[in-house]
Design a protein around this ligand. Structure first.
Ligand code: DX5
Ligand code: ZN
Length: 221
């Protein structure tokens, strides 16, 4: 059974010249989603631990770092030192995923794994990996940029993962990331998602970010 919906605004499409005031607009969210891109794993370059450290004191939200980088193990300690509570790594970049998850947990953080749209759920071993995770982040766009359109084919993957998590009685959230707005949120939540990452819809909306977040949180499965 899904949990109450959590909302994690992504600052990727926030006003980077005004991050302090942008953060103040999303204080009613559950997490702050930090899209870390290195220009290798994805064709875009964003920001790293120094920026995360600089904004830490201007938000009361727990920080989750979404590492869209090669060599994610290089960055676990720096993002813990910068103030992150969770690190989400792409299984496509982890040569030794079990060891990487142990490393994240050894730093006192929650571990999550992200899967690109084309990556099958079978990459998450049911005995060794899935039970260790606080979240599986199913990419609903191909990673690298905000403002893309949700890939509808991922809905079936969400449904399958929901069945697995419920059958195994795991305490793991199903997050979705990319192309989330009020309409697509209804679809992904009814498929079984219970954490919504939204960037463009939150920060590039006529309605205030806090009101957008409030509306998204009202959804329930
Ligand atoms: C894409 C990122 C997403 C993105 C949010 O690689 O992982 O978090 O910034 O996407 P939108 O803007 O579609 O909500
Ligand atoms: Zn993301």
């Amino acid at each position: 059974m899904s949990k109450p919906i959590e909302v994690a605004p992504s600052i990727l499409n926030a006003d980077f010249s005004n991050l302090r005031s942008e953060l103040a607009k999303v204080e009613n969210a559950d997490w702050l989603h930090l899209d870390i891109m290195d220009g290798h794993f994805v064709p875009n370059l964003t920001f790293g631990p120094p920026i995360v450290k600089a904004i830490r004191e201007y938000s009361t939200l727990p920080f989750e770092a979404h590492l869209m980088v090669t060599n994610p193990d290089f960055y676990v300690v720096p993002f813990r030192e910068a103030g992150c509570k969770r690190v989400i790594v792409h299984c496509e970049t982890a040569l030794h995923l079990h060891r990487l998850i142990q490393m994240i947990q050894a730093e006192g953080m929650e571990a999550g794994v992200a899967l690109n749209p084309a990556t099958p759920l079978e990459m998450l071993d049911l005995d060794l990996i899935l039970p260790e995770l606080s979240i599986v982040l199913l990419m609903t766009v191909n990673p690298g940029f905000g403002g893309q359109t949700l890939i509808k084919g991922v809905l079936k993957k969400i449904e399958r993962l929901r069945r697995v998590i419920d059958d195994e009685k795991l305490d793991c959230r199903i997050g979705v990331d990319g192309g989330i707005n009020q309409e697509t949120a209804v679809e992904v939540v009814s498929a079984g998602a219970d954490l919504l990452v939204a960037g463009t819809y939150v920060f590039k909306n006529q309605v205030s970010p806090s009101q957008v977040i409030q509306e998204l949180k009202k959804l329930s499965c």
